[in-house]
Write a protein that binds this ligand. Structure first.
Ligand code: SAM
Ligand code: DTB
Ligand code: SF4
Length: 327
């Protein structure tokens, strides 16, 4: 069996991962990989607890970016109806419903390249309102400047989601309207403002295993690991550039979760988009590999997610319990 190098015990937080080390993790026999990721998971987290977040698209469609996977890009004809920023009261009503259904974090997404300062006024009010409901808050609004990040922090924002999406090399196959470095700059502004970072990517866009290794390497060598690492399986949307991508092998997806868990031992790893197309067995393997967060509720931003009743049964079958806020 490939044992870890003696100077580093699995479970130690490191920022000096080499791409080769990460590629070697991906190449492990499956059982060895999962054994190691599950062992790391148990060092830092309660083994059977999963954090629950609910998503809401507060501003949908008509986005000027050309992200090849996205239903909301104006470059794609997906039949999605664009809408304006939602009213604050409506957002808070949805947050209350999510809280009462058991979500501890409410994540609000807007299809913007970057927010205008006027938009930020409304988003800050939403953040304040959701916090007053006793929930954690997360927003994903595109690129941010330093002062914009400071404003969100001032409103009490807990997490900002901004994904690197894929490896630096594969990135230009997916997005041309903003660069990998633009994304790193936004992450730095978020980090400097003292907001928790939620950053991950997508698997199943036609990338190679080496790109998955490159994506995890970019995340695991950030100066601080993102507190939350969403691993999305591509939701194929008709009319998008990547809508006809080849089917993703679930084992490749589980491997990506496991490598994220080993390389970022203290981060929440979110089994993010794609659960609606996954068997219970694949999801169980993801939890075994160290995923400990999900999106809950029948809609992600624009695409479907499993029924709540299905998730309740799945949790019961697996003996998984939702994580309380202060655990
Ligand atoms: N417009 C903002 C931005 O991109 O920064 C925020 C919203 S965007 C929808 C958030 C993330 O969702 C993307 O970076 C991408 O990783 C993920 N995502 C979007 N569409 C997806 C799809 N069809 N399948 C899987 N993940 C997707
Ligand atoms: C993330 O990594 N996944 C979420 C959240 N961050 C904002 C979004 C998933 C979107 C899936 C496609 C859709 O529903 O439009
Ligand atoms: Fe716009 Fe975000 Fe979709 Fe890219 S992922 S097209 S930035 S909404």
């Amino acid at each position: 069996m490939n044992a870890p190098a003696p100077e580093f015990r699995d479970g130690t937080v490191r920022h000096d991962w080499t791409r080769d080390e990460i590629a070697q993790l991906f190449a492990l026999p499956f059982a060895d990989l999962i054994f190691r990721s599950q062992t790391v998971h148990r060092q830092h987290f309660a083994a059977n607890e999963v954090q629950i977040s609910t998503l809401l698209s507060i501003k949908t469609g008509g986005c000027p970016e050309d992200c090849g996977y996205c239903s909301q890009s104006a470059s794609h004809e997906t039949g999605l109806k664009a809408s304006k920023l939602m009213e604050i009261e409506k957002v808070l009503a949805d947050a209350r419903t999510a809280r009462d259904a058991g979500a501890t974090r409410f994540c609000m997404g807007a299809a913007w390249r970057s927010p205008k300062d006027r938009d930020l006024d409304a988003v800050c009010a939403m953040v304040e309102g959701v916090k007053a409901l006793g929930m954690e808050t997360c927003v994903t609004l595109g690129m941010l400047t330093g002062p914009q990040a400071e404003r969100l922090k001032g409103a009490g924002l807990d997490y900002y989601n901004h994904n690197i999406d894929t490896s630096p090399e594969y990135y230009t196959e997916v997005i041309t309207t903003r660069t990998f470095q633009d994304r790193l700059d936004t992450l730095e502004h978020v980090r400097n403002a003292g907001i928790n970072v939620c950053c991950g990517g997508i698997v199943g866009m036609g990338e190679e295993e080496s790109d998955r290794a490159g994506m995890i390497h970019a995340l695991a060598t950030l100066p601080s690991h993102p507190e939350s690492v969403p691993i999305n399986a591509l939701m194929k949307v008709k009319g998008t550039k990547l809508g006809e991508s080849a089917a993703l092998d679930p084992i490749d997806f589980v491997r990506t979760i496991a490598v994220a868990r080993i390389t970022m031992p203290k981060s929440f790893v979110r089994l993010s988009a794609g659960r609606d197309n996954m068997s219970d067995e694949t999801q169980a393997l993801c939890f075994l590999a160290g995923a400990n967060s999900i999106f809950y509720g029948t809609k992600l931003l624009t695409t479907p997610n499993p029924k709540e009743s299905h998730d309740h049964k799945l949790f019961e079958k697996l003996g998984v319990t939702p994580m309380a806020l202060d655990s």
